[in-house]
Design a protein around this ligand. Structure first.
Ligand code: LMR
Length: 397
């Protein structure tokens, strides 16, 4: 039976990751997959995460199932982190959190829930977007309408295209938005642009579906959460796919969840019930270890403070690497000005070089980035910046 299958291309980020690992050159540089690296190129376990994990090992009594929504304590701390513990949304019982296998699980579950709630709903997707958004959400059966998220120079949001797409949508349609740290461009919506989007959603009866995979890595935890608090204040219904992969460094633990916000406690109860029925059909119960770590960590004041400091250090290092790259790459022979990278936020930006230059960097210099020219700024460090700028100098002619 399986001989009838032909091979299918893997996601470009994952195939690049495999190619990088197989490269035997010592001076290779990984600017591909969105994983944080410190100045030595390592992806360490955060100290607060390690301590929470040790507490968990010392106190955990059982590995029995926690239920389809996962650890309730995890749900509580995640809602508090997304919206603020004192948000009236939480007091009015209009939000529920369902633990999922990572942010990808939350996206898939959100897609399934939306399709059941409104089979006619279309999903508005600003492109470019995370390369897996379209196949992942498409597999939940949501028809998609794409619009240009960026202007032609890929340096700012194309607000005209975004507004036109939202104005053309019909009530009940869904708008996929990146909460902060736009992947792949690093070009985030400003506070004024969020306000415009909220007004268009209010007027048009549109439902935001916010992907929040980098909370804390843009402008810091409080500022990055501001759009979510705005949505909570103004809109009756929306959903949020959240991930703990990057901000807690829990990548392989597959930790995240879907936050559902509805007009009333009874409506959110029914939506959560439908989402749990879907989860049962797809993965049954969510993984627990990462979620238990986050619940333990955030419930402990000292560990939570330590984690916030560590996260802020991660954020600042990425900001510093943006600066360093621009300083070192701007003198290139092609005269390309990379300065916009300094204004962008999160792990990624586009280099905006040609496809042939991407290949030359990889083949001749061991510098890996995906074909779109998206680079993970956290892959740059004080030991590889010379090699990186020399390689750029060599290929940019
Ligand atoms: C990325 O965009 O590189 C990360 O979100 C990792 C992934 O799963 O694609």
């Amino acid at each position: 039976m399986f001989d009838t299958l032909s091979a299918t291309p893997l996601d470009p980020i994952l195939s690049l990751m495999a190619e990088f690992r197989a490269d035997r050159r010592e001076r290779k540089i990984d600017l591909g997959v969105g994983v944080y690296q410190d100045d030595s190129g390592a992806t360490p376990v955060m100290a607060a995460v390690r301590s929470a994990e040790a507490q968990l090992y010392a106190t955990e009594q059982s590995k029995t199932y926690q239920g389809i929504a996962g650890n309730p304590a995890f749900g509580e701390v995640m809602l508090a982190q997304l919206f603020g513990a004192d948000n009236p949304l939480l007091a009015s019982d209009r939000a529920r959190f369902i633990s999922t296998p990572g942010g990808s699980g939350a996206l898939r579950l959100g897609g399934e829930l939306l399709r059941r709630a409104n089979p006619q709903a279309q999903l508005l997707v600003g492109t470019p977007t995370w390369p897996n958004h379209i196949p992942l959400l498409g597999s939940a059966g949501l028809p998609m309408v794409e619009y240009n998220y960026l202007n032609s120079a890929r340096s700012a949001v194309d607000m005209d295209a975004l507004q036109a797409a939202l104005q053309a949508a019909k009530p009940g349609d869904v708008v996929l938005l990146h909460g902060c740290c736009h992947n792949p461009s690093g070009v985030d919506l400003s506070a004024a642009q969020w306000l415009q989007i909220v007004e268009l959603c209010e007027r048009g009866g549109l439902i935001p579906f916010v992907d929040v995979a980098y909370l804390g890595l843009g402008e810091g935890l409080a500022a990055d959460g501001a759009p979510l608090r705005l949505l909570a204040e103004r809109l009756p219904e929306f959903i949020v796919a959240s991930s703990c992969s990057k901000n807690f460094g829990l990548y392989r633990e597959r930790t995240g969840g879907l936050a559902i916000v509805a007009q009333s406690a009874s409506a959110v109860e029914r939506a959560a019930n439908q989402a749990m029925a879907q989860a049962r059909q797809i993965w049954s119960m969510p993984p627990a270890h990462g979620a238990d770590i986050v619940a333990t960590l955030l419930a402990d004041r000292a560990l939570a403070a330590q984690w916030r400091d560590e996260l802020e250090a991660v954020r600042q290092r990425i900001v510093a690497m943006r600066q360093l790259l621009v300083e070192r790459a701007n003198g290139n022979r092609a005269g390309i000005d990379f300065s916009a990278i300094i204004e962008q936020r999160g792990m990624f930006s586009f280099l905006g070089i040609s496809p042939a230059q991407v290949v030359a960097l990889r083949e001749q210099h061991g510098v890996y980035m995906i074909d779109s020219t998206r680079v993970n700024l956290a892959g740059i460090n004080s030991h590889n910046i010379d090699h990186l700028s020399e390689a750029l100098y060599a290929v940019l002619v």
